[in-house]
Design a protein around this ligand. Structure first.
Ligand SMILES: [Zn+2]
Length: 379
């Protein structure tokens, strides 16, 4: 699991909390342990309305056998996946979110093709809830266990910069819509991944606190969601992404596609202001679906992003200012991995790339025919 900590506000900050009040009249964005993270209901106001929503849904943790496993948080401390929960009212949890969850689960069980066919609104809500939920929880967790009342893992003020994202999530209760319906608020990038029997190899999660985007790999399904680029990045024909769409990705390769999309999103990001119509029963957010995706790639900067995701130094994966790829070789041919057992190496051969960045490189391992070392690739 990789979290990026660059705290800078994006398009959300200008909207502020007022839009919830002015346009919807209710469903305010609130931040406390006694507030529903999704609709703002005061959970201490009446008995029986308080529930806890799992950030990563229970069915998923059970399917992937992750119930007893833990993740590393931003402060390096471990936390059980099953304990990643946020305060939620009975209605949001038991009605609104559970309907979406049931459709996502059914598609997951059917496989990658069914997942691609999911309703885009459902996918936005599902990914958007995980993204917002994990930050909400972190805004309540102490940075240092011994200082329970001290600094939080994520400053509570950061949630305020996500107010427009929270506003868009009100679509879960049919209180918000967007026009045109397609493509909607997010870009979705789907990838088929290699699966494995080891639960810890079957799951990966990455997100970015500065740019609202995330990636999740669950078994054979890999998806990168850019939550507020209004479909702009979906048609990008970057050669590595095009090749990756035709492959079954190894975990190292899935991190590469996320890294490439993360870097591209950052250089091409554009703050948007959206007119809205209607309310308070239902607000419609209007947007321009034809925005171009533009940005100049700096290979060195891109390599820095990839290095952090692979857990190695940028120098280990760059040569003459060019970065490397685990997806294509210099000629553009795809580098196919047979299974999770393959280790991708840095350009200088000094280290394996995540998840093999901690593996001790023995003589025997270095001679293995299974080792793939890539050449620098043009961008
Ligand atoms: Zn609620």
């Amino acid at each position: 699991m990789v979290r990026s900590c660059e705290l800078e506000s994006r398009s959300d900050v200008r909207h502020g909390r007022l839009m919830h009040k002015q346009l919807l009249g209710d469903r305010l964005q609130k931040f406390g342990r006694d507030d529903c993270f999704l609709c703002g209901t005061d959970l201490s106001a009446a008995p029986g309305i308080r529930t806890e929503e799992h950030v990563f849904p229970k069915w998923l943790l059970q399917e992937l056998n992750l119930w007893h496993h833990s993740i590393t948080q931003l402060n390096g401390q471990l936390a059980y996946y099953r304990r990643l929960k946020v305060p939620c009212c009975q209605r949001c949890n038991g009605e609104h979110l559970s309907r979406v969850e049931a459709r996502i689960k059914a598609a997951y069980l059917e496989g990658p093709s069914a997942f691609r066919e999911l309703d885009r609104r459902d996918l936005f809500i599902w990914l958007g809830k995980i993204y917002y939920g994990i930050i909400y929880r972190e805004s309540h967790e102490p940075q240092l266990v011994r200082e329970q009342a001290g600094e939080r893992l994520v400053p509570a003020d950061h949630l305020k910069t996500l107010s427009f994202h929270h506003f868009l999530l009100q679509s879960v209760a049919d209180r918000l819509d967007w026009f045109p319906r397609f493509p909607g608020p997010a870009s979705f990038h789907f990838f088929e991944c290699l699966d494995d029997e080891d639960p810890l190899r079957r799951f990966d999660y990455m997100d970015d606190l500065g740019t609202p985007m995330l990636a999740i790999r669950i078994g054979r399904i890999g998806i990168v969601g850019v939550l507020q680029d209004w479909g702009r990045s979906e048609n990008v024909q970057q050669p590595h992404l095009v090749a990756a769409r035709e492959m079954k990705l190894h975990p190292t390769q899935f991190r590469e596609v996320y890294g490439r999309l993360k870097y591209m999103t950052e250089i091409a990001w554009r703050d948007n202001v959206h007119p809205t119509v209607g309310g308070p029963e239902c607000v419609t957010v209007l947007y321009d679906p034809a925005q171009e995706f533009r940005g100049e790639v700096d290979p060195g900067e891109q390599a820095r992003v990839l290095a952090s995701l692979w857990g190695v130094s940028p120098q280990a994966i760059t040569k003459d200012g060019m970065g490397m790829s685990t997806i294509c070789d210099m000629s553009g041919s795809p580098l196919t991995a047979p299974d999770h057992g393959l280790i991708f190496f840095s350009l200088d051969g000094s280290t394996g790339l995540w998840p093999a960045n901690q593996v001790e490189l023995t003589e025997e391992l270095l001679k293995s025919p299974c080792i793939g070392t890539d050449s620098p690739s043009p961008d």
